[in-house]
Design a protein around this ligand. Structure first.
Ligand SMILES: Cc1cc2nc3c(=O)[nH]c(=O)nc-3n(C[C@H](O)[C@H](O)[C@H](O)COP(=O)(O)OP(=O)(O)OC[C@H]3O[C@@H](n4cnc5c(N)ncnc54)[C@H](O)[C@@H]3O)c2cc1C
Length: 385
């Protein structure tokens, strides 16, 4: 039954990233009036790609954003890990069957698909609107001095979340030893047409690695990972000579990189609780993680949809939020742990690293732990129980 506008529950969301937009769609689909406040003048996400695994694809489908988000994306068929002498030390092969998919997408396209769908279900996306705090009673405050009241406030304002910090919810925020430069370049015709150019490849050399990811018919996404203490490795514009020293076999690829790119240090965020009163925290604001499993965005999508499901069916917002956290948090924390563990190979000597990666690739138990999130059936999706 349709409800009148005045009876509709209201949500104010800070942050038009993956988490905020997914929450907006999930709530909009369930009859909420939603406003999303984005500090920046436009959607962000320039210059990078993103892996979305089966779990994230299921959420995009449930939100009605799958077709637009994945138009012209690259579907993964194989992934190789190569050592400093360019030898394959681990290899994974995927089928294209539903249930085990992974795709790579230009990040901006994913955000545009989510924003378009959010508007289509009635949400308002307001740019240049910066949230600075909230109260458990459901008041959100903005940098221009204004404020608003809602049945639900969602803090999806990223790893530096001001709302989370204004409520004292942060338990720990750990900067990891490593980080990455991300950028997009054009694919060459031979890369587009060959099987080799269609693989995902993680090249290692010392503490440095280059992740090679086709993510559309035109775009190749590169993530160059190194230690934060590696001043020449993390320099922007890229210090090409330094990277070619580590990867002489990738010199031609490195030469195609221009002056753009951004460095981000990896972080892990844990909260005391994911909510207080009428305020929920979701996405990197609540559970930022090392990107080694490609699941920060996946967890953001899952938890944002699950949040909309939980508050829409609950007797009270507070009860819905507490059930949401109880149901979703264990898998997110497993993902954070597994991703941090994978990152530890960065500091191993090369030979030992190759042995560990080889053994990890062969171990069914390790693979199951690593892929648990990817193959999880998220709350609110078609096959979920
Ligand atoms: C190198 C790297 C590679 C990654 N690769 C992958 C991958 O392949 N797959 C994957 O699933 N995940 C990946 N991730 C993780 C993924 O990017 C994040 O988990 C995801 O973007 C989190 O989304 P979010 O909406 O919570 O936060 P964000 O993307 O940070 O979005 C937050 C939004 O809030 C806005 N904002 C901030 N403060 C305010 C404020 N006060 N008021 C209003 N708006 C505000 C910001 O401008 C931004 O638009 C990667 C991360 C890194 C660092």
């Amino acid at each position: 039954m349709m409800r009148g506008r005045s009876q509709q529950p209201r949500a104010e969301i800070a942050g038009a990233g993956i988490a905020g937009l997914a929450a907006a769609i999930g709530l909009g689909l369930r009859g909420w009036r939603v406003r999303v406040h984005e500090r920046s003048p436009a959607l962000r996400g320039d210059g990078a790609g993103i892996y979305i695994w089966e779990n994230g694809l299921r959420v995009l489908e449930a939100l009605g954003a799958l077709a637009q988000a994945t138009a012209d994306c690259h579907q993964g068929i194989a992934r190789e890990t190569r050592d400093d002498r360019n030898r394959v030390v681990a290899r994974a092969q995927w089928t294209r069957e539903p249930g085990k998919r992974v795709v790579s997408i230009v990040r901006k396209q994913l955000l545009e698909a989510l924003a378009g769908r959010a508007r289509a279900v009635g949400a308002e996306v307001i740019f240049g609107s910066e949230a600075v705090g909230a109260t458990p009673e459901g008041e959100i405050r903005f940098a221009d001095g204004s404020h608003a009241r809602a049945d639900l406030v969602v803090a999806a304002d990223g790893v530096n979340s001001r709302i989370r910090d204004s409520l004292g919810l942060l338990r720990s925020r750990r900067q990891l030893a490593d980080g990455a430069i991300r950028l997009l370049i054009d694919r060459l015709p031979e890369e587009r047409e060959s099987e080799a150019g269609s693989r995902y490849v993680e090249y290692w050399s010392g503490h440095r690695r280059i992740l090679y990811t086709p993510c559309s018919s035109r775009h190749l996404y590169l993530a160059l990972t190194t230690l934060d203490s590696d001043a020449e490795g993390k320099a922007i514009p890229l210090d090409k000579a330094a990277w070619k020293r580590s990867f002489p076999h990738l010199a031609a690829l490195i030469d195609r990189i221009d002056d753009r790119g951004r460095w981000d240090r990896f972080e892990v965020v844990r909260l005391h609780r994911w909510s207080t009163g009428r305020v929920a925290v979701v996405g990197d604001a609540a559970h930022a993680q090392a990107p080694n499993l490609g699941q920060g965005g996946g967890c953001s999508l899952m938890n944002a949809l699950a949040l909309a499901v939980a508050v829409s069916g609950a007797e009270s917002i507070e009860q819905g939020l507490s059930e949401w956290e109880m149901r979703e948090r264990p898998l997110t924390e497993h993902t954070q742990r597994a991703s941090s563990l994978y990152g530890k190979v960065t500091v191993l000597p090369p030979l030992l690293r190759s042995i560990v990666l080889d053994l990890a690739g062969r171990s069914r138990w390790v693979t199951a732990q690593r892929m648990r999130t990817a193959f999880h059936i998220p709350t609110g999706t078609r096959d979920a129980r």
